[in-house]
Each structure stands twice: as C-alpha cells, then as structure tokens.
Design a protein around this ligand. Structure first.
Ligand code: SF4
Length: 610
C-alpha cells in the first residue's frame, strides 16, 4: 500500500518507542510532537518526517501495544484534516481536453485542459501529470492522501471537465470503469506501469505522425502549445477547432481512441467488486449543462453509478444568459432540475455573480430567486463571481468597455447577501473559484474571499446557516445534546423534507451532525421503478472519515445517526401514503443499505413499506 518500508530492527525499535511516548502525551501539539521526534532521530541529524511516521505507524499499529493510542496520534499526524471532515474523502479527476457545445463568453479557452479549466489550478495540474488518465489520477490521488494519513475507505468521486454528456458514451464508460478499477486495486495490485507503457507507445506514434505528443510535463506542454494558445481578443480558431485538430483527430487516425473505450459489462463487473472493496465509491458526481439533461441521459448517468450532478445554472435571467451566449434559457434549467429531482439525484448548482448584463442589485435578485422559487432550490452550490481571464472572449468586452469586474465593495456586498440568504438545507461548497492570481487580468484575486465575507458578517452580527457553516467537523459533542429537527420545502415535483441531527449552540445556528434528504414526489416519475416511492436522495453523517466497520466514540460516524434517519424517513413515507422507500445509493453504499433492509432494484434500492 505504501512505498516506505521500515529499514531495520533498530529503526523499528526507535519508532515503537517514539509512538509509545506520543501516546502518553495529553493534548498533543506541534511543539510536543517535535520534541519527541527529535528525541528519537532516524540517524544523527536526520529525523523521521511526517510521511515516514504515518506510514510506519500504519505498519506497526496493532502490534507492540500501539493500538490504543492510534486515534490520537493519527488525528494529529493528518496534515489537512479538513479534507475529510465531512466524513467522506473527495477525489477529483478531470476528463481529457475535448470540445464543448457551449460558447459562454466568460469561459477560459486553455487548450491544455478540458473546457472551462485552467492549467494552473491544482487539480488540473495533477490531471495533466497523469495524461488525464482516470486510473492514474485516481490511484495516485489515493496514494497521496493515504501517505499523509487520510482515511480513504469512503470516496466521493468527482469527475470534472467541460460537459460530461458531450463526451462519447464509450469514453464515459471507460473513464468511470478505470476510476473504479483503481479504487478496487489500490493496496492489492498496481497497473500504473502498464498504463504508462501504453502512453509511451502512443506518443511514439504521435511523433511519427508529426502530431502533438502527450506529455506529463506541464511546462513542456505549455511551451509546445504556446503559439497555438487562443486569446479571447484574437479568436482565429475556437477552442473546439483547436482541440479537434491537435487531440481528437490524431487520436482517431492513430487508433488511440480504441484504448479509451469500454463496455457496460466491464463497468458492471468493476462496480460489483467495489461494493465490498476496501476503497468504496460512496458517491459519484458528473458535471454537465442544463440543456444536456434529458430522461435518457439521466438513466444513462445513473447506470454509470452517478448520484449527483454538478450543473451550471450561472443565472436565472434569460437576458443575462443570452448576453453571455450560454445557449440555453431559464426554462431549460427548470426542466433539468425537475427531471433530476424526479430521478432522486442530488443537485449541485453553479451560479455566477458579475456576469455581463447583470449588476449588484440584479445579482441579489437572482440569488433570492435561486431559493425563493421552488423550480430551483439546489442542494449544493458553487458561487463563481466572474473572473477576467485573458483567454476568455469576455476579454474583448472588457477592452471595449462593455463589462467591468466588480470592485472589492461590490463583490463583498453580493457575496455577503448570498452567504446570509442561503437556507439550512443547502451546502455552499465554494464561494470563489480557486484561480491563480496570475491568470486573472483584472478584478478580485483573493481566493480567501469567503473568509473575508465571514469576518465582515461577523462584525455586522449576521449569521450563516448553510450546511458548510454548521458542520460539526472535529468538534466533540455530547450525544445527549443531539436533537432531530426538520426543514420542509416545496419543490417543482412535490415536497422535500430535510431531516437533520443538530447540536444546539447558544446564540449561534445549530451545529449539524447528520442529515437526510427525503423527496416526496407528487408527480409520476419517468423511471418506472420509482413509482409510488418516496426517495432518500442523500444521507450524510459528519466527522473525520472513520474506517468502515470501526467505531469512534463521541464522533458522529457510526453512532447510529444514519439508521435513525432512515427510520424517520420510513415513518414519514408511510404517513404520506407511499408504498416504497427508495434510495439513490452510491455503488459503495449498496452493502450498507442491504443491511438496512433495502433490496436491490435496477438503478435504485428499495424498502417495501407495510
Ligand atoms: S458549457 Fe461550461 S464548459 Fe462549456 S463553454 Fe460554457 S461554461 Fe465553458
């Protein structure tokens, strides 16, 4: 599982003593850790680093009387505990550069990336270094997180890049199959070398064809493609044309697209293995446009294993959508939301402030509509204020004075309004896109703007109650203080009941420990197996991700909150007259639901209600 091996008996002895001493320390902190690490050097003048400590600890845990101190030491050694504080480890993978049907004027045209991504973004760089290969990206990310001590048992796989539904179906199946294969093989088998050999062969052929070779070196790619880079002000060729010329066409001529192809049987086989694998995919997210959502598309992505869709609303104003060349209207957004809801999907919307054609008061009105109008009401939201990027067409609008980025004060006003007016059932996953300041020509360059807004609201005595602001994270709590509360709201297909276990806080919004989204549709579903069903769209229990099957007292995972929420959902569904309770389960959660008396259907799992 790891590449670090304990070198010899002497080092092992040192590490055991080191861990034992750490285990005896109350309130371990940086200083105390450093003192103990210094006391047991690897060799004179050479100390064990965090990676070595974590890896060695994993190998030694359970032996030499170290088991009882594991959680304290491991908790401290985790470098970035925030990443898994929501109970699940997110792994983001990017699809390859590929044409997109959209022509949005704000969208960057970085031909090294799938549409809308920039090569400087950290996730994008990781993807580029892995040839955008799904297996390599997933495996290497698992390894990196594992090495710094994260628990990687429960993974939410987030597939980003352009418009997912526009990629060929066989590529989509292959992409997801390879992600699952990496999850299944991690810690048991390693196919990375075989895959790398394949890319080497492909490159040799591309060179012979005098086509653009694939490189794992972002700097080399940058130089190679510099002269082809499309600037918004000089759109000689569009992103789509360039991508087709330098990637898609040679791939076809060289027959490489055959490699990135799979079939449903192969996908089903790796999904089956993942149901009981060590690293399970508990949620799968794809990203698309509202006008690419149809009944057939929803059934297809459900077959792929998707549980959530990231979908660009961007604006709820037809004029603004038109001015930005979005290529769809608000009606398309309403329709997409309705279809996704009827299929029980979680809806993760993207909304943009400061778009061409809008202003501060227009943005506030638009944001109000997002939650006031039952046609929208997303479960999660990314707020992306429009950034001025040199490769986007918007650059022309800026240069001829048609569009200006918001001032600091204007941005603060819109985002403060948004943060305060996000309801309890929605999770604000992002407030500013993590774009390198070097890529932004003009306007806000602060990626910590969320913090700035939070501090501003704090001064004004205003509170935020969205899910992210209320997550319990690493805080311990008294189980007896936990209460079940509920938010009920109307949707465009019926009613939604958001059940939550919370810990009340004096003068502050309640902390959230666990929640369940229960959809009570009044409209006939287009998927037959959902007829007469209430649908559990999500169950989430917070706390540092806990190994499947292990208990950690006083932290919320495995304290039975999930079971209690399901029981409550069942009671509600019966009282509301439904015959079945369905769940849109992730592949890696199927076993969990089977143990909770859910039976497998074709695309969902069900409980028949008495
Ligand atoms: S649909 Fe998305 S990826 Fe495509 S151009 Fe528009 S913003 Fe960019």
């Amino acid at each position: 599982m790891t590449s670090y091996h304990l070198p010899d008996q002497e080092h092992q002895q040192k590490l055991i003593s080191l861990f034992k001493e750490l285990g005896q320390i109350k309130d371990l902190n940086k200083k105390k850790l450093a003192r103990v690490v210094k006391k047991y050097p690897k060799s004179p003048g050479d100390l064990f680093n965090k990676y070595e400590l974590v890896t060695a600890y994993r190998q030694l845990a359970g032996k030499h009387g170290l088991k009882q101190i594991q959680s304290q030491v491991m908790r401290y050694l985790r470098k970035k505990p925030i990443r898994t504080s929501s109970g699940v480890t997110p792994i983001t993978v990017l699809t390859k550069p590929f044409p997109c049907p959209g022509k949005c004027i704000f969208c960057p045209n970085d031909i090294r990336m799938p549409k809308s991504y920039l090569a400087d973004e950290p996730g994008a760089q990781r993807a580029e270094r892995n040839y955008f290969d799904p297996y390599l990206q997933t495996y290497n990310r698992l390894r990196a997180l594992d090495e710094i001590g994260h628990n990687i048992d429960k993974v939410e796989l987030i597939i980003l890049g352009g418009t997912w539904s526009y990629y060929p179906e066989l590529y989509q199946i292959w992409f997801i199959k390879e992600c699952f294969r990496a999850l299944n093989e991690y810690g048991k088998k390693d196919s990375r070398n075989d895959i790398l050999k394949h890319y080497k062969k492909m490159n040799k052929k591309l060179n012979q064809m005098k086509a653009h070779p694939l490189s794992r070196n972002p700097e080399k790619n940058k130089q190679d493609l510099q002269e082809k880079k499309i600037e918004g002000k000089n759109l000689e060729k569009t992103y789509n044309q360039t991508i087709s010329e330098i990637y898609t066409a040679p791939e076809k001529i060289g027959g490489f697209d055959q490699y990135q192809t799979s079939n449903w049987e192969e996908l089903l086989a790796v999904q089956k293995i993942n149901e009981t694998a060590t690293q399970r995919c508990v949620g799968l997210v794809v990203e698309t446009r509202p006008d690419n959502i149809s009944k057939a598309e929803i059934i297809r992505i459900r077959r792929l294993g998707a549980t959530k869709v990231q979908i660009g609303f961007q604006s709820l104003n037809d004029k603004v959508l038109e001015k930005n060349h979005r290529g769809h209207d608000v009606r398309a957004i309403k329709k997409a939301v309705k279809l996704l809801r009827l299929a029980g999907f979680k809806i993760h919307a993207h909304w943009m402030a400061n778009l061409y054609g809008s202003d501060v008061s227009g943005d506030k009105k638009d944001y109000h509509k997002l939650f006031d109008d039952k046609n929208f009401r997303p479960d999660e939201l990314k707020i992306y204020p429009c950034s001025l990027l040199s490769s986007a067409e918007l650059m022309q609008y800026y240069q001829d004075g048609r569009w200006q980025p918001y001032s600091y004060e204007e941005l603060l006003e819109v985002l403060s309004y948004a943060l305060v007016n996000t309801p309890e059932y929605c999770r604000l996953t992002r407030v500013i896109r993590d774009i390198s300041s070097a890529d932004i020509v003009e306007g806000n360059k602060k990626t910590n703007f969320r913090q700035i807004v939070e501090q501003h609201l704090d001064k004004l005595g205003q509170k935020m109650s969205d899910i992210r602001a209320r997550e319990i994270r690493h805080q311990k709590f008294d189980e007896k203080a936990v209460q079940l509360t509920e938010v009920t709201y109307k949707t465009n297909i019926g009613k939604e009941r958001f059940l939550q276990f919370v810990v009340p806080q004096p003068n502050l919004p309640d902390k959230i420990v666990a929640f369940l989204r229960l959809s009570l549709p009044k409209e006939k579903p287009f998927i037959k197996e959902l007829e007469n069903s209430a649908v559990i769209r999500e169950i989430h229990v917070y706390g540092q991700a806990v190994k499947i099957g292990k208990k950690d007292r006083q932290r919320p995972q495995h304290l039975g909150f999930g079971t209690r929420l399901i029981q409550k959902a069942k009671e509600i569904a019966i009282a509301e007259g439904y015959k079945k309770l369905a769940v849109i389960s992730g592949i890696g959660t199927r076993e969990y639901y089977r143990k909770k008396d859910f039976k497998d259907g074709k695309l969902y799992q069900f409980m028949i209600l008495d």
